[in-house]
Design a protein around this ligand. Sequence first.
Ligand code: MBD
Ligand code: FE
Length: 283
Amino acid sequence: SAAATSPTAADSGASASASFRSTSQYSGAGAVSDTARVDTLARALLGAVHQVISEHEVTYPEFQAAKKWLMDVGDGGEWPLFLDVFVEHAVEEVAARTQTGTKGTILGPYYLPEQVQLTSPATLPARPDEKGTPLLFRGQVTDTDGSPVPHAVLDIWQADEKGYYSGFAPDIPSGNLRGVVTTDDQGRFEIATIQPAPYQVPTDGPTGALISAAGWHPWRPAHLHLLVSAEGHRTVTTQLYFAGGEYLDSDVAEATKPELILDPTDAGNGTREVTYDFVLERN
Ligand code: MBD
Ligand code: FE
């Protein structure tokens, strides 16, 4: 039934929080050790909050409601979800100022390390009855000079045909629609998977409550997540979207970029296929 397979906000929030805490490569506390920097950022952030309160004449009931909401986000384990949906894109845009090659975008809360290692041509792990349009995704990884990057690695993860991620929803086997694919000696890859559905922020938790109270929509367009890496190259964290898909122009996470839109064609047998090449900067 739908009730049995829909992840609750509390379940996916708790899983995303546990995942973030255990993935030290993305949660390095070492980033914040400079007193002057902390002073600058904490002052600026609090100043921005004070400015909003003053400008919009925030009342005591509104302040107390905000306090309760912030506590609920923590209790529900939704900080990774909330911050990746509403804040990460701004951090990524700053990082992008000094990056060339394939455009990056946000990592999001649903990355899991140490997934099954595959060699191109690869098929992502899927249930025997996995729903969704088959998708053949192929391309080549080169460096910014156009030279192939041999044995580059594509760490890929995606939602299923209902918009749910393995590891964050009940009833989906762990590792489903996740894999770490090594390209051939010319950087070429071919990955068989299915087209994901759009992702909906859980509506039963505090993040969903804010979205609904503000009259926004809770959707991200359908996307594939990728970490593309190779020895001696900067890792690209990105997502690929689908031309013509819903919510492309109104992503709640503001993480789409025109360069990241796939336009698969019909391969004739109900399968869709698309080529997308990645460009990595050398370190
Ligand atoms: C997602 O699937 C996602 O990619 C992001 C960035 C935030 C929430 C859910
Ligand atoms: Fe996602």
